[in-house]
Design a protein. Sequence first.
Length: 265
Amino acid sequence: VKFLPTFLASGVHGQCTTVGYAYPSDIVFSGPQNNTIVTSRFRSYHSVLKTQDDFIEAVHAAYKVADLVKAETGIDVFPYSIFYIFFEQYLEIREIAFMDIGLALAGVFGVTFLLMGNPWLSLIIVVTVCMVVVDLCGVMKLWSISLNAVSVVNLVMCVGISVEFCVHITHKFSRTAGTLQQRVNSALIEMGSSVFVGITVTKFFGVVVLAFASSDIFVVYYFRMYFSIVVLGALHGFLFLPVVLSLIGGPQFSLWSVLSRLVSW
């Protein structure tokens, strides 16, 4: 450290060709005689990076090396490169996706429970919506849609959109008397056409126009994903959900009706 400032200030001359004139910006000194190194940096290089997977693995490798150096020396070390800003999201993208989708599903359960007062039917709705999300993840794999910030937002949006295909039919089912099959038939007769025309058809034509967009991000992350959401939501809402309700829909029950009767007594 004593001779380091001299080395950094030295230039090329005949007696010494190894100079430090290129490195002063890499070291910060402090202290009364500038003999204490506060922070420093050193440069390293990645191999040739071509694909998105290459860049993601490069970020992982850089953070792994930084963690090893910190563990061995006790010095705070962090890597930086201009492309890290764009690819750091992939370090925890899966955990963030699970957390966001889980919070959205919890919100769906809470709102539907407040609406119907039936926790069992709310659970059926959440399971149905969760299945739509899982199926959408499968479509992403088949349709070459990467998991990134945009697709995670769309997965969370899938939760909200899929609820529309389920909650109206389930709500009508909860308010109808009779056997399970009779209640399902009544719900589909009275709410099925409204859900099909007002939700499925309108969303379908609203999404199809994105297929003709000139930008790839609109075609890949919006047309493909939202088209899949509409199709999967309609299939689960009109085919899967009625079958589940006809088998395990449970008796007509509302916690709010029970509480209102208790209060009236």
